[in-house]
Design a protein around this ligand. Sequence first.
Ligand code: PRP
Ligand code: MG
Length: 214
Amino acid sequence: MSKEKLRIAVQKSGRLFEDSISILKDAGISIDNGKEQLKASSRNFPLEVMYLRNGDIPQYLRDGVVDVAIIGENVLIEKGQDIIRGEKLGFSKCRVSLAVPKSFNYKNIKDLDGLKIATSYPNTVNEFLKEKGISAELHIINGSVEIAPNIGLADAICDIVSSGSTLFKNGLKEVEVMLKSEAVLAISPQISEERKAILEKLQFRMKSVLNARN
Ligand code: PRP
Ligand code: MG
């Protein structure tokens, strides 16, 4: 039997982690180690799991260092337009939205022209604004984006909204939904034929899990 293994990247910490491990488990794949060890193997399926930072995963896929990943579509739209998008996995549903302080008398997107927007999604925001003919100054920050208007760093923000509780707690309101996202399988454009055959088995199992869940 071939020793070839498929390498899958899974988010190390954050909202996708638990559900990513669950879908693999439900697909009958047992993984030996916890995520403290950043690489783990399956006992019963030719799979190696790598626990990585969300934002690094598109580059690993591009370079062919990993063959496949479980990742939010929003990350691929921002940083991985060249990565192949496979099955939607039905969890980690969210929106990528623009939000402003509650006191902002927002009528339409033109109200943001010339203002400052804080975000971790500069490509997504730029594309959206360009389409609308709006120009804004972007402040790129990697986390806790919702604090920006309160500390005078920006007039508006663009970030992920799931329950809406972070916006609410920071006195912000969602004014434009730029895109909707959920976890997907992302596939390296460099995957070998041999590993593609393993991937097809994995996809078959995942589809059965998803069908059973619906
Ligand atoms: C994410 C995201 C939003 C929030 C959305 O932040 O950046 O801030 O979750 O979820 P909600 O609508 O359910 O409140 P996270 O807590 O992962 O931290 P970070 O921004 O510092 O990375
Ligand atoms: Mg946040």
